[in-house]
Design a protein around this ligand. Structure first.
Ligand code: G3P
Ligand code: MG
Length: 267
C-alpha cells in the first residue's frame, strides 16, 4: 500500500510528504566527509539532518552498492567500472582516503548496509538509482526488491529517484507502493505527462537551470519540487520561499542552521 501523503502526484492531489525535511543531505554530509559513505551519513545525522540522498548502482553480482560514479577512480582506491566488480571486491576498497587521512579505510557500502544504518539512525532516504546504459531495468528491479524488504513502511520517509525512466518503471513493476521521483536537470515541456506516466510523487530538478516561471507552474500544479544541489543559504531560502519543497545540500548542518530548521550539533 502506498503510504499516506506519498501518493503519486495528480493535478487534483498534491502529495504532502510527511516527515520530509526542507534540507536533505546530498550524498550525506559530503562537503565534510567522503560522499556516499556511512561516515558521511553519520556526520549528516550528527549535524541535525533528518534525511539523506545517496546514489546506488549495480555491482557485477547484482548487488546494489552506494557510489556516484560508474567508475572507481575518483572516490576509491580501486580502478575500473563498478559494474565489472563484485560486491565482495568492492567491499575491500577504501572509499575514504581520497577525502583525508581521517577517513582512511572507510568502506564503500552496499545499499543494504547503508539502509540498515539509516534505519538505526531514524533518518529518511532518497535512493537515487544510477544505471549504466542497458542496466536501468535490472537496477530498478533490484532496488524495488531490496527496498520492499529493507525499508520499514511506517518509518522515516523514502523516495526512489532516477534520471533513468526505465529504472523507475522497473521499480513500479516490482514494488508499486514505493514512492518514485522523476529526476531531471530541467523540467522539460513534458513534465505533466512524464510524472503521470511514471506515477511519480515528486520532481527533482537541478538548481542551475530552474527558471522562475517553470517553478511557478509546477508549484501552481501542486507538484512537490525538490532541488539539487544548493549550498548557498540565500539561494535555498529563495527557492523554498518560491514553493520548492526541499533542497539537497552538501552542507546540511550549516544550511539547516541558516534556514532556522531543527537545531544542529557542532559542525
Ligand atoms: O538526486 C539529486 C542529485 O544527486 C542528482 O545528481 O549527479 O549529484 O547524483 P548527482
Ligand atoms: Mg545523486
Amino acid at each position: 500500500m502506498v503510504r499516506s501523503g506519498f501518493e503519486p502526484w495528480r493535478p487534483d492531489r498534491s502529495p504532502s510528504l510527511p516527515g520530509v525535511p526542507r534540507v536533505i543531505a546530498h550524498r550525506g554530509a559530503s562537503r565534510d566527509a567522503p560522499e556516499n559513505t556511512l561516515a558521511a551519513f553519520r556526520l549528516a545525522h550528527a549535524q541535525g539532518a533528518r534525511m539523506v540522498e545517496l546514489d546506488a548502482r549495480l555491482a557485477a553480482d547484482g548487488e546494489l552498492v552506494v557510489i556516484h560514479d560508474s567508475t572507481l577512480e575518483r572516490t576509491t582506491d580501486g580502478r575500473g567500472r563498478v559494474i565489472e566488480a563484485t560486491s565482495g571486491a568492492l567491499a575491500r576498497l577504501d572509499a575514504g582516503s581520497w577525502c583525508g587521512a581521517a577517513y582512511r579505510g572507510e568502506p564503500l557500502p552496499t545499499l543494504a548496509r547503508a539502509l540498515g544504518l539509516l534505519v538505526e539512525l531514524g533518518m529518511g532516504v532518497n535512493v537515487e538509482l544510477k544505471a549504466d546504459p542497458g542496466e536501468a531495468e535490472r537496477t530498478g528491479q533490484a532496488a524495488g526488491r531490496l527496498l520492499r524488504e529493507a525499508w520499514p513502511g511506517a518509518g522515516p520517509p523514502l523516495l526512489v529517484s532516477s534520471f533513468a525512466e526505465a529504472a523507475l518503471e522497473a521499480v513500479a513493476e516490482v514494488a508499486p507502493e514505493l514512492p518514485r521521483a522523476l529526476l531531471r536537470e530541467e523540467a522539460g515541456a513534458d513534465w505533466r505527462e512524464a510524472l503521470a506516466r511514471l506515477g511519480c510523487t515528486t520532481l527533482h530538478l537541478g538548481a542551475e537551470h530552474l527558471a522562475g516561471d517553470t517553478l511557478e507552474a509546477l508549484v501552481a500544479a501542486g507538484v512537490p519540487v525538490l532541488v539539487y544541489t544548493v549550498d548557498d543559504p540565500a539561494r535555498a531560502r529563495a527557492l523554498l520561499d518560491a514553493g520548492c519543497r526541499a533542497v539537497f545540500s552538501d552542507l546540511p548542518g550549516r544550511m539547516a542552521e541558516a534556514l532556522g530548521e531543527a537545531p544542529t550539533a557542532a559542525q
